[in-house]
Design a protein around this ligand. Structure first.
Ligand code: FE
Length: 190
């Protein structure tokens, strides 16, 4: 196989990976998150808005959590602490603590990121148009504090057909108290 063919295959693989992954190069300011261009979840209103200063966020979050939730960063696939985690409980926003997803809707998408077919409550997430990487995708943020969580795609399983592709570093797992002896990852791990 010649160099041109190999380069083409590598480029094609990169494009396919980008269009299906959580990765993002664009992080619109939080004060633009209510613009008309954006797709809104639920009734489109921010609920119990949580405002934290940049200093408070830097103190509360690890550098990795800060990079992903505040700068629209992305963890590498198959590296996050929750992508293969099957514990029973709920996942809250690592920044503000609001419940976002539940383990009952988590499934193995094979993408390398934690995947859910629906949020705990659509009013707790905010959906934004993301045109970074030269394609149009839908970014998922916490509707309470605007933390970047990941993206949502239309290739999920029933009953919604949606795949919420979420960074582990944007979440904190809270175990179901009725399910003892769960081996819970350290929330401050990558
Ligand atoms: Fe939040």
């Amino acid at each position: 196989m010649n160099v041109v063919k190999i380069s083409f295959i590598v480029l094609l693989a990169a494009i396919i990976a980008a269009t299906n992954s959580c990765s993002s190069k664009n992080c619109p300011p939080k004060d633009k998150s209510a613009s008309k261009e954006n797709v809104q979840a639920g009734d489109g209103k921010m609920k119990d808005k949580v405002v934290m200063t940049d200093d408070q966020l830097r103190k509360k979050l690890t550098p990795e959590q800060y990079r992903i939730t505040q700068k629209c960063g992305t963890e590498l696939p198959f590296t996050g602490k929750y992508y293969n985690f099957k514990g029973k409980g709920k996942y809250v926003c690592v920044a503000c603590g609001k419940e976002l997803f539940h383990s009952d809707t988590k499934y193995d998408s094979g993408s390398g990121w934690p995947s859910f077919y629906e949020p705990a409550d659509s009013n707790d997430i905010q959906l934004l148009k993301d045109t970074s990487l030269g394609i149009t995708r839908t970014e998922v943020r916490c509707a309470h504090c605007a933390a970047h969580l990941g993206h949502v795609f239309n290739d999920g399983p029933p009953p919604t057909g949606l795949r919420f592709c979420i960074n582990s570093a944007a979440l904190k797992f809270i175990p179901d108290p009725n399910v003892p002896d769960q081996n819970i990852p350290d929330p401050n791990d990558k």
